[in-house]
Design a protein around this ligand. Structure first.
Ligand SMILES: CCCCC/C=C/C(=O)SCCNC(=O)CCNC(=O)[C@H](O)C(C)(C)COP(=O)(O)OP(=O)(O)OC[C@H]1O[C@@H](n2cnc3c(N)ncnc32)[C@H](O)[C@@H]1OP(=O)(O)O
Length: 303
């Protein structure tokens, strides 16, 4: 027993080194719902609904920031806090991440957070994005993305940070990193996440072209692990979860850490520089203009 908890502790420490660096409100943890003994109650926040099932040790986490689950500062913060809560509650071993908004898993960065904002706001926003990626990419929990809608850019990054992805078979539910089409560039850690998932050559093509893959192509290139009819996304995600949970936690966690740590460490080492790069890039007049134009196009597309 003591050995098992020692291994669990060591694994958590290895998996969450950035916890030592955190001094922001993002690191604040509220007491776990029900203290782990009453995990059947829903909890969460305005934008993140958590449906815990203590018996199976699996929680379903639903993004609900209508209309398109754009990653606002609030959504990023609430996602980090909800994940942290589940990680700190030993009842839970896995999380299924899905959307509560019809037809969209997540529209990526909330462009209104970086359009016409001052550098300090852009910096705060980018740090929250880094934090969510670190939290998901190195999570000690098994994370399965049940992708029940469109999944561009930052949405794709959240999905790729999970251990496994199940996508609903709908040609409108495209997934990929389309940043170049907005005139912006994915930073190295998002590029690395892509490369770690689909390999160098496929990433090189897809990133430059800003490709958004429909389900069959996403499966073929390896961006997702399963494509299933929409009404089977949740049940398939649960079956995948069972497969991953069949592996002893400490072995799975240490292996995950071994596979992902170098990528995450690179960001941890360069976090401030990465933030500066992001801020100076998005605050350029030319980038602001192209983001404004893109937002305008999105707004006009409606109806
Ligand atoms: C430099 C560092 C790069 C970092 C890497 C990450 C980058 C990003 O994530 S950039 C964001 C890229 N995201 C996209 O290109 C997706 C844009 N959105 C869409 O393609 C679609 O909205 C959709 C497929 C996700 C959903 O389509 P639909 O259901 O038809 O919804 P509408 O297009 O009508 O949108 C409704 C409403 O939401 C606004 N909106 C959409 N996406 C965003 C967004 N990313 N940020 C902010 N707002 C967004 C859209 O403008 C509509 O607004 P209203 O007209 O005011 O209702």
């Amino acid at each position: 027993m003591a050995l098992a908890s020692g291994v669990r502790f060591a694994a958590r420490a290895l998996l969450r080194p950035w916890a030592l660096l955190r001094g922001t409100t993002l690191g604040r943890t509220e007491p776990a719902a029900g203290g782990g003994g009453d995990g059947a109650r829903r909890f969460g926040s305005q934008r993140v609904l958590v449906e815990p099932d203590a018996a199976s040790g699996v929680a379903v986490m639903k993004l609900r920031n209508p209309p398109v689950n754009a990653l606002s500062l609030e959504l990023l913060t609430e996602l980090v806090i909800s994940l942290e809560k589940l990680e700190n509650d030993k009842t839970f071993r896995g999380v299924i991440l899905t959307s509560d908004c019809p037809r969209v898993f997540c529209a990526g960065l909330d462009l209104t957070e970086i359009c016409g904002r001052n550098p300090a706001h852009c910096a705060e926003y980018w740090k929250a994005m880094q934090e969510l990626w670190l939290r998901t990419y190195l999570s000690s929990l098994v994370l399965v993305a049940a992708i029940n809608g469109a999944c561009p850019a930052g949405g794709c990054i959240i999905a790729l940070s999970c251990d496994c992805r199940v996508l609903a078979d709908n040609p409108k539910y495209r997934i990929g990193l389309n940043e170049t089409l907005l005139g912006i560039i994915a930073p190295f850690w998002l590029k690395d996440t892509y490369v770690n998932t689909i390999g160098h050559r496929a990433s090189e093509q897809a990133l430059q072209l800003g490709s958004l893959f429909p389900p069959a192509e996403a499966l073929q290139v390896g961006l997702v692990d399963q494509v299933v009819p929409e009404d089977q996304v949740q049940s398939t995600a649960l079956s995948e979860m069972a497969r991953w949970l069949a592996v002893p936690d400490h072995a799975r966690q240490l292996t995950k850490n071994m596979m992902r740590k170098a990528t995450a460490d690179r960001l941890l080492r360069q976090r401030d520089a990465d933030t500066q790069n992001f801020v100076s890039f998005v605050c350029r007049d030319s980038i602001q203009k192209s983001l404004q134009a893109y937002l305008e196009k999105l707004r006009q597309r409606k109806g």
